[in-house]
Write a protein that binds this ligand. Sequence first.
Ligand code: PMP
Length: 350
Amino acid sequence: MTLIRPDLDTLPAYVPGKTIPGAIKLASNEVALPPTPKVLAAMAEAAATGNRYPDLAVTGLTARLAEARGVAPERIAVGCGSVSLCQQLVQATCREPTDEVVFAWRSFEAYPIVSQIGGATIRTVPIDAEFRHDVDAMAAAVGPNTRLVFVCSPNNPTGTVVTRAELERLLAAVPSDVLVALDEAYHEYVTDPDAVDGMALIDEHPNLVVLRTFSKAYRLAAVRVGYAIGSPEVATALRKVCSPFSVSTIAQAAAIAALDDEEALLSGCASVIEERVRVRDALVDAGFTVPPTQSNFVWLALGERTAPFAAHCLDHKVVVRPFHPDGVRVTVSTPEENDAFLAAARAFAG
Ligand code: PMP
């Protein structure tokens, strides 16, 4: 016997984007701007009750989300970031080691981690030549042991979306007792009219759950709050497996204030949406392979040049996120920060 379960030895570590003093951090898909003044004020006020436990049921935020998203509160589960909700989804669906979680690869690096922590079997389906989910291959990978399918749109790290038609095809092919989790962490950056919007499909599909987060467009990555919307059955299960009090009072207050200030926050995404086109065009001009992105980051398919490129950027005081040997993900930020990155990228290409 060992003290710790031996399979944890093979658990891939979640690699956070590095923070290096004096360098520009484009490694974690954060927004460069701080929370809005209204959100900061709400957080300060909530901090004054820091001696008390938070509302376990997250009542106020759930009600505010229900109003904002037009769904009944019992269909919502709030979590300590949507990464925590990913882990809760595995816990809520998988029990036997033969139970399977299906997802595209490369996709969000937390999926293999939370699946393995949950003791489930991982079945990955390669993304296609255009760095997109291959939903037909994913549907074909769903078998009698599949319990959960993660779909990431826009896909971290490639920035590509799944279309509504594609998700409908997948949902039509997947049995109703398999849960499909549509991870829309970057939803607020999507402008492609063909891209799926999970909220439009949840009423028809009780086995679909949508994940959203306050970490990106709402500028609250440090505060840790995300939410899932699906059927009452799925939301109840997510709440059952949630570690108690994991959404702090400050997080609940910040998220409510962010919803109240949604217009300002969402209009703040417009410059990134403009910049991502300029950044991608410049990279393509410099000879890089970069799929069109619907998110706040770009993907450079660098293959074996991934690690050298990341090291080169670091020499230029720009921190990017390498996924060796596939490629590098770079956050689209302010024009000045993007220019610093583009100068580094051009120097590498040249
Ligand atoms: N899903 C995807 C696709 C992400 O990229 C991220 C953040 N890196 C998350 C979920 C988790 O976000 P958070 O836990 O901060 O809500």
